[in-house]
Design a binder for this molecule. Structure first.
Ligand code: XMP
Length: 174
């Protein structure tokens, strides 16, 4: 697999994002709401770079079902939905693709009484966005290729890779 972003590059950028977030959320009531499962590794690395009191909450959203790499309907699991009333919410996702996931979640956090809602993503794909949304924090802009690693999966494989790689869809494991 072709490595698109090395472990080093990612770590350095996550540190920078952490410093930016830390500066922006002084005196605020930060709750980071991470979108499972793809943002798991980013969450673990990022929160250790933010030296502020903060809460962590999790939501599950999936639009890519099973082995397919084309988008489907958004499935939201709010069974463990965090209490965000009066909190400054930072939604964290692995990748901004069409924008449907974060667009929907920004709305939901508002409905749940969040004081403010911002978004952070590790990756943003060029030329794919359908929902108008500017992420407040973005690690890297990448070409329109299917990527795996650092939390991102193909059919739940490859999440553990420390780097981000382009998946060669013509040469997949059976
Ligand atoms: P939307 O289209 O709602 O999509 O912005 C966000 C979700 O789509 C998944 N996604 C990917 N997952 N490699 C992946 O492993 C990719 O290249 C990719 N593109 C989109 C991902 O779950 C993300 O949260």
């Amino acid at each position: 697999m072709e490595i698109l972003l090395s472990e080093d590059q990612i770590q350095r950028r996550v540190e920078e994002l952490g410093r930016q977030i830390e500066a922006d959320y002084q005196e605020k009531h930060l709750t980071i709401v991470a979108v499972l499962t793809g943002s798991l590794i980013l969450l673990a690395d990022l929160i250790r770079q933010i030296h502020l009191p903060l809460r962590v909450a999790l939501l599950q959203a999936s639009s890519y079902k099973g082995a397919t790499t084309t988008g489907g309907a958004l499935i939201l699991n709010e069974a463990f939905a965090p209490d965000v009333a009066g909190r400054d919410v930072l939604l964290l996702d692995d990748i901004l693709d069409t924008g449907h996931t974060l667009g929907t979640l920004v709305r939901r956090m508002g409905e749940r009484g969040a004081l403010s809602v911002k978004t952070a993503v590790l990756l943003r794909k060029i030329g794919r966005q359908q929902v108008h949304l500017e992420p407040d924090y973005c690690g890297f802009t990448i070409p329109d290729r299917f990527v795996v690693g650092y939390g991102l999966d193909y059919d739940d494989d490859f999440r553990h890779l420390p780097h981000v790689a382009v998946l060669d869809e013509t040469n997949l494991p059976k």
